[in-house]
Design a protein around this ligand. Structure first.
Ligand code: PEP
Ligand code: MG
Length: 591
């Protein structure tokens, strides 16, 4: 008898997950290359015709971008709509369009060739800049040029995508192609180019599409393997020929997600409490004030982490005090009376903005980022604190949280700036709330180790397990070569969580977990058993976590935590947590 043919191994391409979620389906490669551009020179007599063609293309492109903006705004994504401002600016820029006209008139280029030449020059100049954000704006110019070239070639002005479900791969997908893509059939997307602050990544997150960037391009050849692929936006993987075990694990996750969605209607208004009636606050992590409807739909008790730095990454200018005041007031009003926790700027490291110069540092994750940057830049920190204090005068549900606090000295320095802002507002006669609740992120080991001192000076803790893991294990959270050193639940991290939660309990303040550990339902019983009183995570994960909380007793969670603290390896910890979950909410682990 012949031996069965060996199953070909899976091929895993690693990238950077920029939008959570998992999808399985056929891959559609989108060629974002521009249509062929005719070489023919233009005789002077034909220049007016080419200029009229250019004007028509500029007008059509502007109209199309405005339409895309309006559609996104109507769908509740005004932030995403703002992403097209840079392209509209380019279309209205007399320098850019003037240079194209000159190329037609003086250099005798046809309209398409003129657009291609001038845009190529602008994009190359932007791409050569040292500021990573500005470098990514080269994509905006390329996007505008592509739109114009398609219009001049008589093609549809945005990419045609299949109407059937697919995972999209493109070397460099423009935000407008993504916005124009039929939402019902786009399961997920992966690109070779772009970074975490690229507009396409921001847009994918805002639309809730799982996404990866940095996936190596296999070029015009056939993809690495035929057949459907699995994209894991959380783990940052694109898997060709996924093994049956991986497929069933993924299908399980997709089904679990769908089931949780269906259960949402039933759980939404039920309290987040254990079987014995212990409340565990369940809050949302958000990146934009427009996320309020998702927070409400998830049945979250407000916001545990508003990553305010995202307000500073978009738009044409830094948000000033008044613009921030409007943003904070809007989200706080929408969710009142539930708490809205705004984390002050956590810029630096890998989170950059084109509006600021970040001097190169050898080790940016440990450099001048987050609170350190704010303390060094009162011109940034003070308008934010003033906006928060002013917004809190009207919205008593607002809370301030400082990121990357090392110790009491850091907290005192931040509080000194905040109180100085309050004094200024008093002197200026501007209404504000001086006694706004203030908390700290516990995400540096020194903060966890001195939590007992910090706890007596703040209203709440929020444990950032992402950074806490990276700093405790000295392993860059963004580097897949050391990813194996950052497991989901490491014994050292559990000890720091317990220490922090115990310090909070003694001081009578809540301790939340807002890092990715809070996203995993199997870890919720352990975190609760370790003494955590609140969890904050993506809105889409909240129904499942609430289900877990409502299925356990506090004493069982504590017994689990006591047992898990005796386990030496992350694998053993995870397995104990999964066993607990399967005995309490088997539906979350069903095949
Ligand atoms: C964390 O570090 O766990 C956290 C929640 O903050 P961020 O992921 O934004 O660094
Ligand atoms: Mg952090």
């Amino acid at each position: 008898m012949e031996a069965p043919a060996p199953i070909p191994p899976e091929i895993i391409l690693r990238g950077i997950g920029v939008a959570d979620g998992i999808a399985f389906g056929p891959l559609h490669r989108l060629e974002t290359a521009p249509p062929p551009v005719p070489e023919d020179p233009v005789p002077p007599s034909r220049a007016p015709v080419e200029l009229r063609r250019l004007d028509a293309a500029l007008a059509a492109a502007t109209a199309r971008l405005r339409e895309l903006q309006a559609n996104l705004a109507a769908a509740g994504n005004p932030d995403a709509a703002a992403l097209f401002e840079a392209q509209l600016d380019a279309l209205a820029d007399p320098e850019y369009t003037g240079e194209i006209r000159t190329a037609i008139r003086a250099n005798r280029l046809n309209a398409a060739r003129a657009v291609q030449t001038v845009s190529g020059k602008y994009a190359a100049a932007l791409a050569a800049l040292s500021d990573p954000y500005l470098r990514e704006r080269a994509a905006d110019v390329r996007d505008v040029a592509l739109r114009l070239l398609r219009l001049l070639a008589g093609q549809a002005d945005s990419a045609d995508l299949p109407a059937t479900p697919h995972i999209l791969y493109a070397r460099d997908l423009s935000p407008s192609d993504l916005a124009a893509a039929p939402r019902d059939s786009l399961l997920a997307l992966a690109t070779a180019e772009g970074g975490p602050t690229s507009h396409t990544a921001i847009l994918a997150r805002s639309l809730g599409i799982p996404a990866l960037v940095g996936i190596p391009d296999w070029g015009p050849a056939a993809p690495p393997a035929p057949g459907p692929v699995l994209l894991d936006g959380t783990a940052g993987l694109l898997v060709f020929r996924p093994a049956p075990a991986r497929q069933s694990a993924a299908a399980k996750r997709i089904r679990a997600r769908n089931r949780l969605g269906a259960r949402l209607a039933k759980l939404r208004d039920l309290p987040s409490e254990t079987l014995d009636g212990t409340p565990i606050a369940l809050r949302a992590n958000i990146e934009s004030p427009d996320a309020a409807p998702r927070v409400l739909a998830a049945g979250a008790d407000g916001v545990g982490l508003f990553r305010s730095e995202y307000l500073f990454m978009d738009g044409t200018t830094l948000p000033d005090e008044d613009r921030q005041l409007r943003a904070y007031t809007s989200i706080a009003r929408s969710l009142a009376p539930a708490p809205v926790t705004v984390r002050t700027l956590d810029l630096g490291g890998d989170k950059l903005t084109r509006h600021l110069d970040f001097p190169p540092e050898d080790n940016p994750a440990m450099g001048c980022r987050a609170l350190r940057l704010c303390l060094a830049r009162p011109d940034l920190f003070k308008p934010q604190l003033r906006a928060l204090l002013r917004a809190a005068a009207e919205s008593s549900n607002l809370r301030i949280m400082y990121p990357m606090v090392n110790d009491l000295a850091d907290l005192r320095a931040a509080e000194a700036v905040r109180l100085a802002c309050a004094d200024e507002l008093t002197a200026e006669g501007i209404p504000h709330r001086r006694d706004i609740p203030v908390g700290v992120m516990v995400e540096v080991p020194s903060a966890a180790l001195t939590a007992a001192w910090l706890a007596t000076h703040v209203s709440f803790f929020s444990i950032g397990t992402n950074d806490l893991t990276q700093y405790t294990l000295a392993a860059d959270r963004g580097n897949e070569r050391v990813a194996h050193l950052c497991p989901l639940a490491h014994p050292a991290i559990l000890r720091l969580i317990r220490l922090t939660a115990a310090a909070a309990q003694v001081a009578g303040i809540p301790a939340c977990v807002c890092g990715e550990m809070a996203w995993h339902p199997e870890l919720a019983p352990l975190l609760i058993g370790l003494g955590v009183s609140a969890l904050s995570t993506s809105p889409d994960a909240i129904p499942g976590i609430k289900h877990v909380i409502r299925s356990l007793r506090l004493d069982e969670a504590r017994t689990l935590a006591d047992h898990v603290l005796t386990l030496e390896t992350p694998d053993a910890i995870l397995s104990a947590c999964r066993t607990f979950l399967s005995s309490h909410t088997p539906d979350l682990l069903d095949d």
